[in-house]
Design a protein around this ligand. Structure first.
Ligand SMILES: Cc1cc2nc3c(=O)[nH]c(=O)nc-3n(C[C@H](O)[C@H](O)[C@H](O)COP(=O)(O)OP(=O)(O)OC[C@H]3O[C@@H](n4cnc5c(N)ncnc54)[C@H](O)[C@@H]3O)c2cc1C
Length: 562
């Protein structure tokens, strides 16, 4: 008989629909305030836009042009908090900007700043300098990364001989990047569950419809349905917000999503040309493009295309060609071709609907909450819609939304999440010496090699200790097709990290597919461990294999010979 996953959900106060970073962040925030929550996602946790970002944890230099000073200040402050609270996954990111003009873009910059129509003149050194100065000023009281600097054309080309020789200079500034966004989201959910044992998180459960003031949820794994009556509903479904409201009987037009795609490219010359830094450049249409080293390959992004159905987005061949042509503009001597794309991914930015003639890049990346009050919705609960936002600002958005929910519940805030480390970021060693000591301590207790402990520390932060404790409880072996992982390590993820489908493991609990490590042999080995662990029969196992293969081919351009 298929398990009833709805057993304990009837005492919850708040239903959060959508477990991307905004739903997951709010879940932990409310758990901290002792509010019982049910977090659901129709698919896997962190499988929407939150699995598809450019992986920048950033202030958003570009947003200054649109006068979004408050957003940039908040983002920089959240960036610094994430460097502190998730030191296992968030790191400083040196970023170089190739600049082609000295004075260009000043008039245009002023027009954009005042919300007027603007053309696409390139951003010159003066305007870039102004932006970087503001960046440095905003963080002067919390200086955790170095301030910006400029380099002459001569020095820039000496350092990076493959860079377009038409530059006049380069600027270097610091932001941050995140190595495992999907994993950090899972850790937030686990933190929420640890903090409040009345809270529950279920992936593959969808908000289906509403009947007589009760919300009907559907378990997408078993087909089972149930009714609940929460006091507050949060619609955190990102690009799906209007669809979810429709399921609640409410027609809205809050979202005007844009698709963004990224490529992972295996090209050693390009990797060398990055010099371990992000290259943040303007293409000949005036769009900002990025590339930087990620998990041994180079990540290239992105596109910005209006879409209506978030379920259907994939990275097309035209987008691949467009992104590669952008890279050729900044590194004209480099030979990059589509066969070097080893993985691609797309997501939909849940941007606020904008009817005007703003370009996609000009639409605000700020967050807001739109409330449908019970009187308006004809329902016995308010619906709080979480519109927009960035990965970077999830904590601030969660805190602001939590305060609103507490007011509805007649409660007040008990604890601030500002200095709460996340998951494996707790007690993370801060210096090389602390790291060596940590590894030594674990080595003494486990007998594992220091190098392996180091790998696990980089992969799971201090949660590596839990993984190692589990590894020690049974006979373990390194995977034959990828000795970088072990059998019991994979089993730990299956047991503790809400894995249901095989693709949850391959695409979101690990970076095995994204990093290009996924060979046909490794795929089969992982499928065997997965099906043995869950004791699946051959029929179910082969369905899982086919499902995962189809997702890998259609969504990520990965074709396995299995
Ligand atoms: C291409 C791209 C690049 C980006 N780059 C950056 C960046 O570098 N830095 C940065 O800070 N931000 C970046 N962002 C923005 C950031 O990723 C998003 O703003 C953020 O992830 C949105 O999170 P969310 O939780 O609102 O939505 P999502 O992550 O999309 O989550 C919504 C969830 O709702 C679920 N859902 C939908 N309908 C239902 C239903 N009926 N029932 C149950 N569940 C449902 C979906 O399955 C999904 O998991 C980028 C976004 C994109 C797309």
């Amino acid at each position: 008989m298929i398990e009833n996953r709805f057993k304990n959900i009837y005492n919850i106060d708040v239903l959060i629909v959508g477990a991307g970073i905004n739903g997951a962040g709010l879940f932990r925030e409310l758990a901290l305030q002792d509010v019982n929550c049910l977090l659901i996602d129709k698919s896997d946790f962190m499988s929407g836009a939150s699995a598809a970002p450019s992986r920048m944890i950033h202030g958003g230099l570009r947003y200054l042009e649109n006068r979004e000073v408050r957003l940039v200040q908040e983002s920089l402050s959240e960036r610094n908090l994430l460097l502190q609270n998730a030191p296992h996954y968030v790191f400083p990111l040196p970023t170089v900007i190739p600049i082609y003009h000295w004075f260009s873009g000043i008039i245009n910059g002023i027009r954009k700043f005042f919300g007027m129509k603007a053309t696409n003149t390139p951003r010159g050194a003066i305007i870039v300098k102004l932006g970087l100065l503001m960046y440095d000023i905003f963080t002067r009281n919390q200086r955790v990364v170095p301030t910006h600097q400029f380099s002459s054309r001569k020095k820039s080309l000496e350092d990076r001989p493959l860079l377009d020789p038409n530059i006049v200079c380069t600027a270097l500034f610091y932001d941050a990047w995140i190595s495992f966004p999907e994993r950090l989201g899972i850790e937030l959910i686990q933190d929420g569950l640890d903090l409040n044992n009345g809270s529950i998180a279920l992936n593959y459960v969808s908000l289906n419809r509403v009947e007589n003031g009760q919300v009907i949820l559907k378990d997408e794994l078993s087909g089972r349905e149930t009714k609940i009556k929460p006091k507050v509903v949060v619609n955190a479904t990102g690009a799906w917000i209007d669809f979810a409201n429709l399921s609640l009987g409410k027609k809205t037009k809050f979202i005007g999503g844009t698709k963004g795609s990224h490529l992972m490219v295996d090209n050693q010359a390009l990797m060398n040309a990055t010099m371990g830094q992000m290259v943040y450049y303007e293409n000949d249409e005036g769009r900002i493009c990025i590339l930087f080293p990620l998990h041994g390959k180079v990540m290239i992004g992105s596109t910005d295309i209006k879409v209506t159905n978030p379920d259907e987005v994939v990275c097309t061949d035209e987008e691949v060609e467009y992104m590669l042509s952008c890279v050729r503009q900044v590194f004209p001597k480099l030979d990059i071709n589509p066969s070097q794309v080893i993985f691609k991914y797309s997501g939909v930015r849940p941007l606020p609907n904008s009817e005007g003639d703003l370009k996609n890049a000009q639409i605000s990346r700020d967050h807001s909450t739109k409330v449908i009050e019970p009187t308006e919705g004809g329902l016995p609960f308010p619906i709080l819609n979480l519109i927009g936002g960035k990965w970077t600002t999830f904590r601030a958005f969660g805190e602001q939304t939590s305060d609103k929910i507490l007011t509805y519940l007649g409660l007040s805030s008990k604890v601030k999440s500002t200095n709460f480390a996340i998951g494996g970021g707790k007690n993370f060693p801060k210096t090389e010496v602390e790291k060596i000591n940590w590894i030594g301590k674990i080595q003494k207790k486990s007998g594992l090699e220091a190098e392996r402990i180091n790998t696990l520390l980089n992969r799971y932060g201090t949660n590596a200790e839990k993984v190692i404790d589990y590894i020690r409880l049974g006979g373990d072996c390194l995977l034959k097709s990828s000795p970088n992982y072990s059998k019991r390590e994979i089993e730990y993820l299956l047991k503790n990290e809400f894995v249901n489908h095989l693709d949850d493991l391959i695409l979101r609990r690990t970076v095995i597919a994204l990093s290009g490590e996924l060979t046909s042999e490794l795929f089969i080995e992982l499928a065997d461990i997965y099906s043995d662990f869950f004791q699946l029969n051959l029929d179910v196992k082969s369905k899982e294999i086919e499902r995962t293969k189809a997702i890998l081919t259609q969504k990520h351009g990965v074709n396995l010979n299995v």
